[in-house]
Design a protein around this ligand. Sequence first.
Ligand code: SAM
Ligand code: SF4
Length: 332
Amino acid sequence: MSLLKDPYGRTIDYVRISVTDRCDFRCFYCMSENMTFLPKSDLLSLEELERVCLNFIKLGVKKIRLTGGEPLVRKGIMKLLENLSINLKTGTLEELTLTTNGSQLAKYAKDLSSCGIKRINVSLDTLDAKKFQDITRWGKLEQVLYGIDTALDAGIKVKINTVALKGINDDEFATLINWCGTKDMDITFIETMPLGEIDKDRVDNYLPLSMIRKQLREEFNLVETDYTTGGPARYMKIEGTKQRIGFITPLTHNFCESCNRVRLTCTGILYMCLGQEDSIDLRKPLRESESDGPLTEAIYQGIARKPKGHDFIIDRRSTNHSIKRHMSTTGG
Ligand code: SAM
Ligand code: SF4
């Protein structure tokens, strides 16, 4: 049972950790092409990341998701996963997982499976090689598709995350769903969120998911489900199949009442909400004391300040980005 309860009675048993702000892609909605990354000394070391994770586990956290930036480009990441996976074996942790762009999966899928990782999220916005390059700037579709197949072959369940982009991939949603169906993968569509400065105006590509749902209802027989991971996704199913289609609608739907998670940046800042600026520094207590007492105290203090909900705005009246930090810093 998690000891972490926020002022609104929500139990916090899920931590998402950005292990690096760096990435081998430059998706236009996530980063600008010339990103300035943080100096390495600002990042938590692998040992520090492990120590924070162990403290969260001690406080009853049951699920840890590593993300980034691209988690699989962080040097030594497999060692961290291996060490954390001991907690899966003892049952103190229920799930260890990651969100990845898939570029390194061919290399790591087997090792991930050996670490007890059973499911991962892979971000993929298009099945068109040219569009893929336009969106990611630096990515190669072929490499990601091969990575996904390697993960599936290693027995890892894959869920695809697709950011819905008006005028870019809005003609491909049915194709993506059908392709996922052939590989027994669920898919979740995500609205663009106003996080961090990018080179473009986000409003140009913003597509409310209510429109996608409407479009998909014409092609598929979608039925509501009450499946939830405690997060922002709402899931539907295609009738007669097991395939789930999720919709993450932070801007059009309020999902905060069931929020069970907090997020840690690669520099050790704990954000209690993806859509609010309030945070608490865990790096200071980590570095200043060998005892875990101050760190645990800081975690409790953060949870006590978890806000009731977010207030993202993305429209022409607001500034282009309502939250200054990039998704790659906080972790998606
Ligand atoms: N690099 C990994 C990846 O792409 O899966 C993990 C980090 S990435 C920041 C996590 C997720 O956030 C991805 O699915 C990505 O598409 C999504 N994302 C990034 N910036 C976003 C934004 N501004 N709005 C909505 N989703 C975003
Ligand atoms: Fe990298 Fe993921 Fe951001 Fe794309 S969405 S630039 S893959 S961190």
